[in-house]
Design a protein around this ligand. Structure first.
Ligand SMILES: NC(=O)c1ccc[n+]([C@@H]2O[C@H](COP(=O)([O-])OP(=O)(O)OC[C@H]3O[C@@H](n4cnc5c(N)ncnc54)[C@H](OP(=O)(O)O)[C@@H]3O)[C@@H](O)[C@H]2O)c1
Length: 334
């Protein structure tokens, strides 16, 4: 029987592998208008953590229920079809679940993919997939970087963060990454190409470190973390700064922390704006072409951590959430 990873219990604080369970599930049965994919790559995305909590659910996604396969973005190939838009053999990118086979009708962020033959297929779940789209939309559509801007990126060693750092650097900005460990900070500078990196391990007082690394203030803050990190960045802005609210991972497992530096937005004439990458779907083909070109000419590198087999999915998700992975976390199905 095919396998899926289901939510075993709603997490309480820090996510644990035991919050999930591998289950044998029946292979889906084809219905009129639907198609079945055999999935090959699962994207591990921090954002889904928020919808695993008991009682979660909002205008964007339904909360996950115990016993259901865990929602996720997945790449697969159509193996049976009763939908003429998705014939057998089509490569598909869809919001579905941690499962080996999916029954889909083409809705819910589902789209056929035409992967380039000279680029690795798994990249379409990483730098060339929702991660890359999020980084591109947040940086260029919301942040609007200008050459010589000081761009600070939180959760810089993660999937979105490593792409934002490289795109901002290529736009002529000075890039500063925020991360957990000194080792990861060194990797951000030496391998990913950030101009500087600040770790919570070496610099527990973020504001002091920002004063040192960005003495004239932050022009563009790309925030994946929220809470105290966002508050410290708000306290050290340059005039006309832009704050891109991409995520708030510090709040997915604990109570939200207060943000008290709002007055700084006024005196610095700053703009703070949130976004959901999925609202920009009409631009995805053009963004994808740009990202593919950057990968081909070597100005954009992909940093992936790949786990093999659906049984590794819970471990991969926990490693990603707790900062043990670097770059994009993927599970490749055998
Ligand atoms: N708005 C959108 O459309 C959209 C789309 C996709 C993702 N997102 C958001 O983008 C962010 C990054 O997502 P991702 O999937 O690329 O994950 P990721 O950055 O690959 O992984 C999450 C990273 O966050 C850091 N982190 C975890 N807990 C933290 C804490 N309490 N304080 C500070 N940092 C913490 C860890 O890195 P360190 O070791 O470096 O601390 C961890 O590896 C998330 O907030 C997600 O919700 C938004």
């Amino acid at each position: 029987m095919p396998k899926a990873v289901v939510l075993h219990k709603h997490p309480n604080g820090t996510i644990q592998e035991s919050d999930f369970a591998v289950a044998d599930v029946p292979k889906p049965v084809l219905k009129e208008g639907f198609f079945i994919t055999r999935n090959s790559v699962i994207s591990l995305d921090a954002g889904f953590r928020a919808w695993m909590n008991a009682g979660a659910g909002d205008n964007y996604l339904q909360g996950m229920q115990i016993g259901d396969p865990v929602q996720s973005i997945v790449l697969g190939e159509v193996v049976e079809s009763a939908n003429s838009d998705y014939p057998v053999g089509t490569i598909v990118n869809a919001r579905t679940a941690w499962e080996e086979y999916s029954l889909l009708d083409g809705s819910d962020l589902c789209a056929p993919l035409e992967p380039a033959s000279d680029l690795p297929l798994a990249e379409y779940m990483a730098t060339l997939g929702p991660t890359g789209m999020t980084a591109w939309v947040g940086l260029f559509e919301i942040g609007k970087p200008q050459a010589n801007d000081v761009v600070v990126v939180s959760a810089a060693g993660g999937a979105v963060g490593t792409v934002v750092g490289q795109l901002a650097k290529a736009a002529g900005c000075r890039t500063i990454g925020l991360t957990s460990s000194a080792e990861k900070a060194q990797w951000l500078v030496e391998s990913v190409g950030f101009d500087a990196a600040i770790s919570r391990e070496s610099d527990p007082d973020l504001l002091t470190a920002l004063l040192r690394e960005a003495p004239d203030g932050i022009n563009l803050f790309f925030d994946n973390v929220g809470g105290a990190v966002l508050n410290d960045a708000m306290g050290h802005l340059a005039e006309n700064a832009r704050l891109v609210l991409c995520g708030a991972i510090s709040q997915y497992e604990t109570a939200p922390q207060s943000v008290t530096n709002c007055w700084e937005l006024i005196t610095k004439r700053a703009r703070m704006e949130g976004f959901m990458f999925s609202d920009y779907a009409d631009q995805f083909p053009a963004i994808l072409a740009d990202l593919e070109q950057r990968m081909r000419d070597g100005t954009l590198k992909s940093f992936d951590q790949q786990y093999v087999g659906i049984e590794k999915t819970a471990q991969a998700f926990c490693d990603m959430m707790q900062g043990r992975s670097r770059g994009k976390c993927l599970v490749v199905l055998e």
